[in-house]
Design a protein around this ligand. Sequence first.
Ligand code: ADP
Ligand code: MG
Length: 346
Amino acid sequence: MTRVHELDPETVDRIAAGEVVTRPAAVVTELVENSLDAGSESITIAVERGGLDRIRVADDGHGMTEADALLAVERHTTSKIDGIDDVGRVRTLGFRGEALPSIAEAARLDLTTKAVADGARGTRVVVENGEKRSEPAGRDVGTTVEVTDLFARTPARRKSLAGPKTEFSRISALCTRYALLRPDVRFRLSHDDRETFATPGTGDPTDALLGVYDRQVAGASTTVEWSAPDDGSADREVSVSGVVCYPSVTRARPTHVHTAVNSRAVENGDLRQAVVAGYGDLLAGGRYPVAAIDVSVPPERVDANVHPAKERVAFVDGEAVTAAVESAVRDALSGEDLARTADLAF
Ligand code: ADP
Ligand code: MG
């Protein structure tokens, strides 16, 4: 008898699922990223009791055929890459094929979907206690995923979560980040049937800011479209886009500096710090700006694989990236009349 032995596949799956699906906000992240990858123009996120009772994400993306929907809930099935060579250049937010099976492992998953090719009939797939069943379902093109009984089978994990309010604040932060990052997509977030915010999907970052925040914030903002000057002073491969508010709009905490890399919302203290640094001494002491910044870097220079939930990224050359962000914010603010506040024509 050896002490070391191989784990059975069920246990392996349970452990892997626990790394992706850590809390309700992680479920929302995966579902919203799937909706974005599906080319959705409208994404509606409805959450009950901080996601502990129910999470529903509905989109109008390309949907799935019955065969694809049945495959999608299995482990390591994806339409996004073919092999390891693709990982380095992947442009989609997902690629591991782990989200839906991990969610189904940790909760009850109810998915309805229809692809354009399906004609009139869509598909409903339910995975519950490891059992999968499907039936026809009528619906428009797109996908709705509903997640209930999260962590019912892992009470310790469920107990380790914060209360609904705190869990919802994480969900809200994530949705806010994507709503600002993708002003071309309509986002709607509600908690316990009350709308938290809605953005119109016009493509204008100011409209998205207005949806998420208010007129004071949206009215004192300017867009960022930065690429390195031709003088060799900065990295030509890095570009920065987004929206920054004037230094007159501040918050007590840095959580309103929303950051993304290659259109993936990420938590990255260095990027956040670079945004703040771009304001120079314009900010009052101890105050933080409101901003949403997306940095574009060639995929081979950034590793989104350092964290199972892809919340963090590692750069090959972080300093070039943070220098670009700092310059982009500084340049965007330097052309503005920063005393201007809330003079948008509403
Ligand atoms: P990944 O996103 O890493 O490929 P997932 O488990 O999140 O893995 O999803 C598996 C597959 O299911 C995806 O590759 C995609 O083809 C399909 N899929 C998931 N969600 C959606 C959606 N909202 N709309 C269309 N297809 C989807
Ligand atoms: Mg995915």
